[in-house]
Design a protein around this ligand. Sequence first.
Ligand SMILES: Nc1ncnc2c1ncn2[C@@H]1O[C@H](COP(=O)(O)OP(=O)(O)OP(=O)(O)O)[C@@H](O)[C@H]1O
Length: 261
Amino acid sequence: MIKVENLTKSFLDYQRGWVSAVGGISFECHPGAIFGLLGPNGAGKTTTLRILSTVLKPTSGRAVVAGYDVMTDPEAVRQNIGYMSASTGIYDRMSAWELVEYFGRLYGLTPARLRDRMETIFDWLQMNDFRDILGSKMSTGMKQKVSIARTIVHDPPVLIFDEPTSGLDVLVARAVLQKIAELRDQGKTIVFSTHSMHEVEKLCSRVAIIHKGRVQAEGEPLELLARYEQPDLEELFFFLVENAKGVEHEPIVKTSTSWDE
Ligand SMILES: Nc1ncnc2c1ncn2[C@@H]1O[C@H](COP(=O)(O)OP(=O)(O)OP(=O)(O)O)[C@@H](O)[C@H]1O
């Protein structure tokens, strides 16, 4: 499961001073459930997910993923998650099979276990027709399937998807959402970020609406509509964004051209 407590992250940006990208986010997500982070551009979704996947260190607060603290046990966290970001790449000169195999080896799977996992995944994602196609020749839909395959090859209990349908046509997006729902039904703990209220309605058992680095509301979608007396998620979203409280940017305290990554 995932437990996030009062997580914050600030960056030093030489034009804006200290930017508080995440200003005290808390939530929990359990096995067999999908937790959605819904927010506009710059809300702090990617930063939160990058902390959960140990790419970034938090400024303060705590995040426990699959039983391991991201600060004190990042290696164990990485073994237990699959993280798919917008830049989860496909290599032009590797075939679908070679790429997934390569990531399986990086995760330390034995040859027999890796072979078994790959046969299962290639069947499940219907990738057998393009096993030997190079990345440079793949369609967007094929690439997205390979990205999912490389994310789950080591069968991690926790999956983190950063805007997994961004830039996809409706057919490919629908197929991706269907597979995420099936992973949930297999008992995975899933957190994903999106701009799409429709995706939240379809998939998420709980959602945090994030704006200006803060959780503006968190709960079950239907319960949130009742709590804020809004007719649908779209109205709720605009209501919360219009009334959002944010984290103020602190003034520049020193000059720097480096970003705190
Ligand atoms: N490395 C960095 N240095 C400085 N500021 C950063 C850095 N990374 C993110 N930010 C700032 O933090 C804020 C939150 O960014 P983040 O990428 O987490 O938002 P997001 O919700 O994922 O948005 P999007 O939907 O556009 O990806 C933004 O103001 C962004 O400019």
